[in-house]
Write a protein that binds this ligand. Structure first.
Ligand SMILES: Cc1ncc(COP(=O)(O)O)c(C=O)c1O
Length: 366
């Protein structure tokens, strides 16, 4: 029997799925779980099976209204994960190149490799507050480039890429007839900036997003793509190869979530504001860390100036029941990611534990 030689897997996702048991979990990039009771839904309002094959109209309407896009520009799917998978799969052709930011969410790289792209990278340097180096990006595109991919806000740093830079990236993509895929799963967490989806910047933009991170609603798997209608149509056709239809209950509950989204946003804002204050106090006292602090977002990405992040990670896991995300998953082993989405009482203890572990590591290296 022939072997499967091209078995792709994601080291990061495997780690994430098997290491989220810590009591003080600061490894999660999204908000803690929003409770089902917060949706005030009655069982009798739900139906098990529906007849929506190419998008559930009420959900398309709810998403469209919230983000100011038409139903024809929306493709609904299972979380941002499947949204990204769909975009990368749809646009692939043999020999295609993809340009992905560095550092980034690891799944973007492993998915691109699985699909068959030649993966090229463009840098976002710590010294530049993780902003995109446009001139380097310009030099990296070729006639084979199909897609330029970035996260906005940036995972792992929460850096914002503004409209001016995004338009530049759009022009670079247009110059070689490519698309720009912007994963906006963290964008809504920059509450005070009231940012709008970059789908409005041009037909070359494709946006992926979901309710999983900023709104703490991971369980419904409510994700979507915004793209020009011709592409959305192709996505629905490609879906015929994947599955018949979505779980109808999840679609109905997603509509209810959208009806409650302003309230859920305030819940999320309150948690993140408290945790950003706690984080600032913590960072002010930790001289062994240097960090870009955007002041918003669900994650920060400090650098450990001296010492080994893996030692810190292991000490936290084994002695303090505390989880952080080691920078090796972002190809930056001197860094680690702290997620701000958990309950503030948990977050406070988690930070305190990081302080204790940092002290201990310093003492043991003296
Ligand atoms: C940039 C980015 N995109 C997508 C995802 C996955 O999102 P979802 O849970 O909606 O599938 C993550 C999860 O960490 C992420 O960081």
């Amino acid at each position: 029997m022939k072997k499967i030689n091209r078995l792709m897997h994601s080291l990061y996702m495997h780690w994430a799925k098997t290491h989220f048991h810590a009591k003080y979990n600061l490894a999660n990039s999204g908000l803690t779980n929003y409770p089902l009771t917060g949706l005030h839904v009655e069982l009798k309002e739900l139906e098990l099976t529906g007849s929506s094959y190419y998008g559930y109209e009420p959900l398309l309407h709810a998403i469209g209204e919230r983000y100011n896009v038409t139903a024809k520009q929306i493709y609904t799917t299972l979380g941002t994960s499947f949204a990204n998978f769909m975009v990368l799969t749809l646009l692939f052709e043999p020999g295609a190149e993809i340009l992905i930011e560095h550092p980034t969410y690891e799944l973007l790289i492993s998915t691109a490799q699985h699909v068959g792209y030649k993966v090229k990278r463009f840098h976002r340097r710590f010294e530049d507050n993780f902003q995109i180096d446009i001139s380097a990006l310009r030099k990296s595109v070729t006639p084979k480039t199909r897609l330029i991919v970035l996260t906005n806000l940036h995972n792992p740093s929460s850096a914002l890429t503004d409209d001016k830079i995004l338009k530049e990236i759009g022009k670079i993509a247009q110059s070689v007839d490519a698309y720009v895929c912007v994963d906006e799963v963290y964008l809504d967490s920059a509450f005070e900036l009231s940012l709008r989806s970059s789908i409005r910047l041009g037909k070359e933009f494709i946006i992926t997003n979901s309710l999983t991170k900023v709104y703490g609603i991971s369980g419904l798997r409510c994700g979507w793509i915004f793209a020009k209608p011709e592409l959305v149509q192709k996505m629905w056709y490609l879906t015929d190869l994947f599955y018949v239809k979505h779980a109808h209950i999840a679609e109905q509950l997603s509509v209810t979530a959208f009806q409650n989204l302003d309230k859920i946003k305030e819940w999320s804002r309150s948690i993140l504001e408290q945790n950003h204050r706690l984080l600032n106090k913590f960072l002010d006292t930790r001289k062994e860390l240097e960090v870009f602090r955007p002041g918003y977002g669900t994650v920060v990405f400090p650098r450990l100036k001296k010492g080994n992040v893996e030692d810190l990670y292991k000490l936290l896991e084994n002695k303090y029941d505390t989880a952080i995300t080691p920078g090796r998953f972002f190809e930056m082993p001197d860094f680690f990611r702290i997620g701000l989405g958990c309950e503030p009482s948990i977050f406070k203890i988690g930070l305190h534990n990081i302080s204790k572990a940092l002290d201990e590591l310093r003492l043991s290296s003296n």
